[in-house]
Design a protein around this ligand. Structure first.
Ligand code: CTP
Length: 414
């Protein structure tokens, strides 16, 4: 997930360092926005080092990137910890005098507020009214913990423990996903997991204007990337299309099979699951002609194009992984029945030949699957090749969810 961690100026800012570390270790991309007061307690280098990302703290830096809008809009979750009485008051009144309060006004993501202040400030009628306002608006305001405060006094006002803030925040995200219709069982079960999805059909150039291509639209691959991101994964999407990609995904644009091979093989080892949805051309023209191939006027000529084999990326992934358990490798196969066997016979043979852990066999034919919104797929696992799970005809989003359900199960066993 893409998380914004807002830190306001209280001594408990040091505890936000532990929260930041936990979130980063789970694989989330965390951008820290400390207020000026927070930076008096914990300096910018600490936030930058722990998050591995530049720290944003004012609206006047990188103005061309419109940070006061962009950070809030692109976040999947905003956490403010610690939230001082002052920060809570500003949020309740819609003030926007720094980057953090601007972000709170621009985000559509779930917002979690973890207060920390002296007991008197927490119990003050103004603070309680502000908290009630924020809760009414749907923000998730935690109750502070009770215990020893900065001085010798004790009472409610301590910042909740980092693990409790994390659990509370994940529950808030889960709740928002539930409201959006995602199944509760699938919510965030890919949190902390890095997945790579290849999508689209490769284009193999003949000359500057022509290529050999195929009918893959990239819909299924992008649907998988989208669902993985929704479920909390850190997504790398290697794609030949310019379809929308999930927020926060690392998108690598490629065109040819060779480019896709380089992009996938160089990154695979950094991922837990690799799903090869792309329709990779098995052949490419032996030579790419530098200028447009012309017909000869007055003659009935036609060029003969010599093809050569492209590498099989999935097979190379299996080889590169060797004896290692990760990444889990998922292949897709477009199959039709013929006189040598049905779709499932061909799919089973391919699963064993390719050696991937899971094969998603698409039934294809005229007007079926390619470019369409629905498809029928059979899921076959190398560990149990005789068991088949059939999905569809179903929307490609439904297929994507079913594939991740199985991949998550395999990941948890590995
Ligand atoms: N694939 C790949 N590299 C290739 C061709 C295919 O990585 N050069 C991957 C696809 O992304 C897919 C899987 O292999 O996940 C199955 O692709 P498919 O083209 O159906 O399999 P082939 O082995 O090429 O078999 P066929 O002879 O049926 O085309």
């Amino acid at each position: 997930m893409r998380i914004v961690l807002g830190v306001s100026g209280g001594i408990a800012a040091y505890k936000a360092c532990l929260l930041l570390r936990r979130l980063s270790e789970q694989g989330h991309e965390v951008t820290v926005i400390p207020t000026e007061a927070a930076l008096r307690f914990v300096g910018e280098p600490t936030w930058a080092a722990l998050s591995g990302r530049p720290v944003q703290h004012d609206v006047w830096t990188s103005v061309h990137e419109v940070p006061h809008v962009r950070l809030g809009q692109s976040a999947d979750l905003v956490i403010v910890a610690p939230a001082t009485a002052d920060l809570i008051a500003k949020a309740a009144h819609g003030l926007a005098d720094d980057l953090l309060t601007n972000t709170l006004l621009t985000t559509q993501a779930p917002v979690v507020i973890a207060p920390a202040m002296h007991t008197e400030m927490w119990q003050h009628a103004a603070t309680q009214a502000n908290v009630a306002t924020l809760r009414d608006r749907g923000l998730h305001v935690m109750d502070p913990a009770s215990g020893r405060l900065t001085g010798s006094d004790t009472g409610p006002g301590r910042l909740a423990e980092p693990e409790d803030i994390e659990a509370f925040a994940l529950a808030a995200v889960q709740e928002s996903l539930g409201a959006g219709g995602a199944s509760a069982s699938s919510a965030l079960d890919l949190a902390g997991t890095r997945v790579l999805v290849s999508a689209g059909g490769t284009r193999e150039p003949l000359d500057p204007v022509r290529y050999l291509g195929n009918r893959s639209s990239g819909k299924q691959g992008h649907a998988l990337a989208e669902d993985a991101s929704r479920r909390g994964a850190q997504v790398t999407l290697v794609t030949t299309t310019d379809r929308p990609a999930p927020t926060g995904a690392d998108v690598v644009g490629v065109e040819t099979a060779l480019e896709m091979r380089d992009a996938v093989l160089s990154r695979a080892a950094d991922h837990d699951i690799v799903v090869m949805v792309a329709a990779v051309a098995d052949f490419r023209p032996k030579a790419r002609v530098d200028s447009k191939i012309k017909k000869t006027i007055g003659q009935d000529d036609a060029p003969t194009i010599e093809l050569v084999r492209n590498p099989d990326i999935l097979a190379e992934l299996v080889q590169q992984r060797g004896e290692a358990r990760f990444p889990i490798l998922v292949g897709f196969a477009a199959e039709t029945g013929d006189r040598d066997g049905g779709v499932l016979d061909h799919a089973r043979a391919k699963l064993i030949r390719k050696g991937c852990d899971l094969l998603v066999a698409n039934e294809v034919g005229d007007g079926v699957t390619f470019g369409q919104d629905t498809s029928t797929v059979h899921l076959l696992r190398l560990a149990h090749p005789d068991e088949v799970q059939t999905i569809g005809p179903a929307d490609k989003d439904v297929v994507a969810r079913a594939v991740w359900d199985v991949a998550v199960e395999m990941h948890s066993w590995s």
